[in-house]
Design a protein around this ligand. Structure first.
Ligand code: FAD
Length: 302
């Protein structure tokens, strides 16, 4: 069996695998797609000490760094079940069963898509999901934020300080964000909030040039010319496959303590699949290292 089996090959999983392998213990990493969300990212400018890189390039360096150690890499394999018997047993889609003394879950998350024409086509060409990451790319330009919950309104406030103008589109008749956030956004001169607005299309040529929405009260279609669209309708953790095997919160995120330990002894978790406060590459890597050291600590005590 593995001493540490990491499930997920993004920044959190790569970091966890390297920290485990450096302890000289038997380490494996299974990933549906090595690199994770980083593979979908164009430019990365907030990975500290690397002023600028691109997603696929960072993903290749992650893999190269993991390969410098004796880690069993099982790429293009999806886990479908986790059980704790004497050992942990992770069953893959192909029915292979991997056994391990400890498991680190780092299956990440995915942004919820709006699913309108143009979204897929203009991803990384004006359609963005992370204001901390991509906000500065739209300096001085006009953008829209889809979603009037906390993340949408936080994004609008954040972007208002960088871009020329922000249009917020909320589907419901009212914003759902906390009232302090609503007060703040309403006080900003360069933010327009439109409620009862159903996004119908993101338009563009080589990149985004506008957004169309339907006023749900009048059924009229409107079009706003702009350069960027931030989709802020939620981040979904990739934890559905875990069922009841570990404690998850209302959002489906795995609940962890400060060692990265979950509700099950010997089971750890890191990165965007957990209830961490923020989701970023640098944060996932830190929590991957934490979970790995937590797992090592557990192994030497048990
Ligand atoms: P992920 O990167 O999501 O990796 C999860 C891994 O688990 C993948 O290998 C996946 O294939 C695998 N997996 C999932 N389910 C299973 C399963 N059942 N079995 C096996 N494997 C599984 N952050 C920044 O800091 N800076 C940026 O500029 C930035 N830009 C971004 C741009 C975009 C478009 C997106 C989507 C995200 C961006 N982020 C950015 C956020 C950042 O990518 C994430 O916070 C980070 O990748 C999370 O790392 P993770 O390892 O926790 O999860």
């Amino acid at each position: 069996p593995f001493d540490v089996l990491v499930v997920g090959g993004g920044p959190a999983g790569s970091s966890a695998a390297i920290y485990a392998a450096r302890k000289g213990i038997r380490t494996g990493i299974v990933a549906e797609r090595f690199g994770g969300q980083v593979m979908d990212t164009l430019s990365i400018e907030n990975f500290i000490s690397v002023p600028h890189t691109e997603g696929p390039k960072l993903a290749a360096s992650l893999e190269e760094h993991v390969k410098n150690y004796s880690v069993d890499i099982m790429n293009l394999q999806k886990a479908k079940q986790l059980e704790k018997k004497d050992l942990f047993e992770v069953t893959l889609e192909n029915d292979a069963v991997l056994k391990a003394k400890t498991v680190i879950l780092s299956t990440g998350a995915r942004w919820r898509n709006v699913g309108v024409p143009g979204e897929e086509e203009f991803k990384n060409k004006g359609v963005a999901y992370c204001p901390h990451c991509d906000g500065p790319l739209f300096e001085g330009k006009d953008v829209a934020v889809i979603g009037g919950g906390n993340s949408g309104i936080e994004a609008a406030i954040d972007l208002a300080g960088i871009v020329n103008h922000v249009t917020v589109l909320e589907f419901a008749p009212e914003l759902k964000a906390d009232s302090v956030l609503q007060d703040r956004v309403n006080s900003l001169p360069n933010v327009t909030v439109i409620t009862n607005a159903q996004t119908t299309e993101i338009t563009g040529d080589t990149s985004v040039n506008g957004i169309s929405y339907k006023d749900r009260a009048t059924e009229e279609i409107h079009h706003v010319a702009l350069h960027g669209v931030f989709v802020q309708i939620g981040l979904v953790p990739n934890t559905e496959w875990l069922d009841e095997s570990v404690e998850r919160n209302r959002m489906g995120e795995i609940v962890v303590d400060k060692q990265g330990a979950t509700s099950v002894k010997g089971l750890f978790a890191a990165g965007d699949c957990t209830d961490s406060a923020y989701n970023q590459i640098i944060i996932s890597m830190g929590s991957g290292a934490t979970a790995s050291l937590g797992a090592f600590d557990y192994l030497i005590r048990n």
